[in-house]
Design a protein around this ligand. Sequence first.
Ligand SMILES: [Zn+2]
Length: 409
Amino acid sequence: MEAWLPRSLLNLPLGSAIPSAGFEGLSPVRLHWRNGHLLAPEPLPDHVDPPEWLVLPRLAEPHVHLDKAFTWASNPNLAGTYEGAMSANCLEHSTRTRAGVLERGDRALHLACSHGLRALRTHIDSVGPGATASWDALVELRERWSGLLDLQLVALVPVSHWSSPEGIALAQRVADVGGLLGGVIGPPYRQRPLRRDLQVLLQLAERSGCGLDLHIDEASVEPAIGLVQLLKLLDQQQVDVPITCSHLSSLGLVPVAEQQRLCERMAEHRVQVVALPLTNAWLLGRRAGTTPITRPLAPIRGLQRAGVRVAVGCDNVADPWFPAGCFDSVALMASCLTLAQLAPWQRLGLAPFTTASAALMDLAWDGVIAEGAPADLLVLKAGSWSEALMRPSQRRILISGQWWNTEAS
Ligand SMILES: [Zn+2]
C-alpha cells in the first residue's frame, strides 16, 4: 500500500533514496509485506499522487484498568473528586465477579484491538473481595487474546501491603504469571513508614524478578514527596528490575530548577514514567465552584530533556475515576494536543505513544517501520496529521499481514 508515514518511525535500508517529507514530517512510502513481515519500505517519488492513508505501527497502551472499565454506570462518581472515585471503586470492588470482569474486559479488548492497539498494561485491584476474581478473569483474557494483543498485568495494592505475609504470597502469584508489582503512593505521606514499605517492595521486586509500576504522586498537594523517597532508596540500593512511575502529576508543581534535578536523578536510576493527562485533568486541581487554572501533570518535556523515557497512557475508561475514554490511542493523541501540547509531528511528541511506549513495556518490536518488522499496522484514512486527529477517522488494522475484520470480530 501507499501511505504517509512519520519520518521518525521510518528506517530505510542503507543506500535508499532520501525520502521527501511534508510540512508535518510525513513521508510518502510504498509498503509491502510477506509471511507476516514487512519488506523494505520504498520512498515514493514526489510526482506521484499524494497517498490517502496515514500509517502507524499498531500502538502500545502502557496504563489501563481493565478490571474496572465500564463500571461508571453502576458506580458513578458525579462529583469527580479523587475521594469520590476511591469510595465508588471500593463499593464496586465489593461486588465484583469473575464473569463481570470477563465480559467488560473482553469488550475493552475488542475496542482496543479495533482501534489499533497491540499491547496493553493493565493494573488490577489486588486486595479485597474482588481481587481473585479479577486476576482469574484477566489471566483468562490474556490467553484468549494472545496472538492478537499482549496483555501485561500489574498488582495494584496499598504499598504497605507488600510488607505483609499476604503481600509476599501475592508477589509469588504475580511472578508465577509473569506480572508486575504495583502500589499506590500518595498524600497524606507518612514519610518514614513509606520509606520502609518502599524498601521492602524494592527488595521483593528484585527477589521475585518482577518489574515495578507505581501509582505515585497522583496529587495536587505535597509535590513529589513519594518520588523523593523512592530516589533516596535507589541511591542506597541497586535495583535491576525496570521501575515505572505512573502519574507523577505533582512533580509538575515543583519549582523548575528542583524539578530538573529530580528528573536528572530519575534518568540516572533509569526510572521511567507513564503520564496520564486525561484522568489527571479530570480529578486533580479541583476546588468546588471554580474552573481550574493549575493542572497537575508529569512534566513530560523536562523529563524527556533529562533523558527519562516517557510514555502516555489513557488510564481509566468509563469507571469511577474517569467517565469517558475508549481505548483509542489516536483519540488520546488528539486530547494531548491540548492537555500536554504534544504534537505528533515532533519526534518527542510522537514517541510517548509509539516507540517510548513499546520500550517501556519491553515489547519485542520497537514500533519502527523497517524491513523485517512485523506487518502490524494501524492505517488511518487521512492525508495529514490534522485530518487524522480532527475526528475519529476510518481505519484499518493489519495484524501479522492479515486485515483484521472489526465487524466480524
Ligand atoms: Zn491508573
